[in-house]
Structures are given as structure tokens and as C-alpha cells.
Design a protein. Structure first.
Length: 193
């Protein structure tokens, strides 16, 4: 059992016979006669539905244990992605909605930590920022305007907006959740990563 005040993002809990993954937690301390409050955003493991719940800090719920395995991405087929355990060679199909927008940035042999509950994958730990290569855009233009943007197609087929100075075959850093350009990828950063 875990207290509501001890909830942390990534935990898996059972509430009213449903299994939820904790996405965000915000705690408010007690003020005068008012008790404290814990606000949590939960995601139903089976349906993917989001639920924002308010709890008293002393409320108890059942914490469930998940297993984390590092799996290698193999391929995408329809609305599932296939991963393989590099030690047992066991393959598992994961619905793309579990991976979210990061699914389009996966490349063959990418190692991805997957969380399993009762033998089924429930979530993946993916980076917030990735590097991707621009395969198609107009030639770079150096302008006095910093706010001018153009469209560029990445190697995964995603079309994003980039500054005018970005040219074809350049690597850029992209925020996975929004698909937003962040910066040009620097060679020294790629060597250390």
C-alpha cells in the first residue's frame, strides 16, 4: 500500500479495481484548518483514458509492481511496433498508442525501456528530444529575419518547420511530444551522445 502523498510519476496503482499509471503529481500542504491535497493525473493502463483525481495525503491505494525490460525496436507494421528482448530473443508487439508521438522517431535496433504489468507492455520510456536528419527542404538561406521558417521533411517522413538556415542532409534536434524544431544538432554533441 502507498499513501497518496508518496505518489510519484511512473508508479502503477490500483484504484477501484482499475489499474492506472501515475503521470503527474502535485501536492499542496495543509493550510490552517484545511487538510493537504494531492492532485494526480492518471492514465488507465487498459483504455488509455486520462483521469485527474484529488486525494487526501493520508489516503491509501495499492501499488503494483511493474517489470522493466530493455527491448530493441525491430519494425512497425500497421498500428503496432515489434520489439525484441536481446537476451531471450522473445518478440512482443506494442500498440503504437502506448509509444505516443515518439513512435515515428524509432529506428531499427534502438534500445527502448518497456514497462510490463502482468506480462503485457503498458508504457515505454522514450526521450523528450531526438536528433533527426532533414531529407528534403529548400536550400539554406541566410536572412536578417530570425523568425522566418520553412517546411522540412525528416527521414521518418514527418514534416516540421525549421529556420531558413537549415538545409538538406543536416541533423536537427526535435521535441518528440510536439514535433517542434529546437536547434541544429552539433557535431560535438553527437560524438559524446
Amino acid at each position: 500500500m502507498v499513501l497518496a502523498s508518496e505518489l510519484k510519476p511512473g508508479m502503477v496503482v490500483r484504484i477501484e479495481e482499475q489499474v492506472y499509471r501515475v503521470l503527474e503529481v502535485e501536492s499542496r500542504a495543509a493550510i490552517a484548518k484545511l487538510g493537504g491535497l494531492v492532485k494526480a493525473e492518471l492514465s488507465n493502463v487498459k483504455t488509455g483514458r486520462l483521469w485527474e483525481i484529488r486525494l487526501r495525503p493520508h489516503e491509501r491505494m495499492e501499488e503494483l509492481q511493474v517489470e522493466r525490460h530493455i527491448m530493441k525496436f525491430l519494425y512497425r507494421a500497421g498500428d503496432t511496433c515489434t520489439f525484441m528482448n536481446p537476451y531471450t530473443y522473445e518478440q512482443v508487439e506494442v500498440p503504437c498508442e502506448i509509444l505516443g508521438p515518439a513512435e515515428s522517431f524509432l529506428q531499427s535496433d534502438t534500445a527502448v525501456p518497456l514497462d510490463f504489468f502482468e506480462g503485457k507492455p503498458i508504457s515505454a520510456v522514450l526521450p523528450d528530444v531526438v536528433e533527426a536528419r532533414v531529407v528534403q527542404t529548400t536550400p539554406p538561406a541566410h536572412s536578417q529575419q530570425d523568425s522566418a521558417w520553412k517546411e522540412a521533411t525528416l527521414e521518418n517522413g514527418l514534416v516540421i518547420r525549421v529556420p531558413l538556415f537549415i538545409g538538406p542532409e543536416e541533423n536537427v534536434r526535435v521535441e518528440v511530444r510536439t514535433g517542434r524544431y529546437l536547434e541544429r544538432a552539433h557535431a560535438e554533441r553527437r560524438r559524446t551522445a
